[in-house]
Design a binder for this molecule. Structure first.
Ligand SMILES: Cc1cc2nc3c(=O)[nH]c(=O)nc-3n(C[C@H](O)[C@H](O)[C@H](O)COP(=O)(O)OP(=O)(O)OC[C@H]3O[C@@H](n4cnc5c(N)ncnc54)[C@H](O)[C@@H]3O)c2cc1C
Length: 80
């Protein structure tokens, strides 16, 4: 996995506990979302708001909200 940016490494070092354990058992969920950065987390929130009953599963290979993708590297500009 890629190295995290400095700000994220610093924030994570102040957290209690270690990384979440890897998923090793079978899980069933509808929807199942791959990727826990901007798109995946917002999809999960909106899916839960639309219908609170179903289980929403987010699979993230790194850190939710700060994974290996573009969400931790963007310029912070609010574009259309
Ligand atoms: C340099 C740069 C600057 C940018 N600047 C701006 C800006 O100023 N304003 C703006 O609005 N947008 C900007 N963007 C675009 C914006 O950051 C992206 O469109 C947005 O972050 C994409 O979010 P995402 O959740 O779809 O994807 P990502 O952030 O890429 O997230 C994908 C996630 O999926 C996970 N993943 C990948 N494979 C797997 C797998 N097999 N299993 C589980 N998890 C997996 C990754 O670890 C990651 O967490 C910029 C992008 C870049 C690269």
């Amino acid at each position: 996995m890629e190295q995290h940016p400095y700000w994220l490494s610093q924030a994570l070092s102040a957290e209690q506990g270690g990384p979440a354990p890897a998923l090793v058992s079978d899980k069933r969920a509808q929807p199942c979302i791959h990727g826990g950065d901007f798109t995946g987390l917002w999809t999960a929130i909106l899916a839960k708001r639309a219908r609170p009953e179903p289980d929403v599963l987010v699979l993230e290979a790194d850190v939710c909200g700060g994974g290996g993708g573009a969400s931790v590297r963007n310029g912070g500009c609010a574009l259309t």
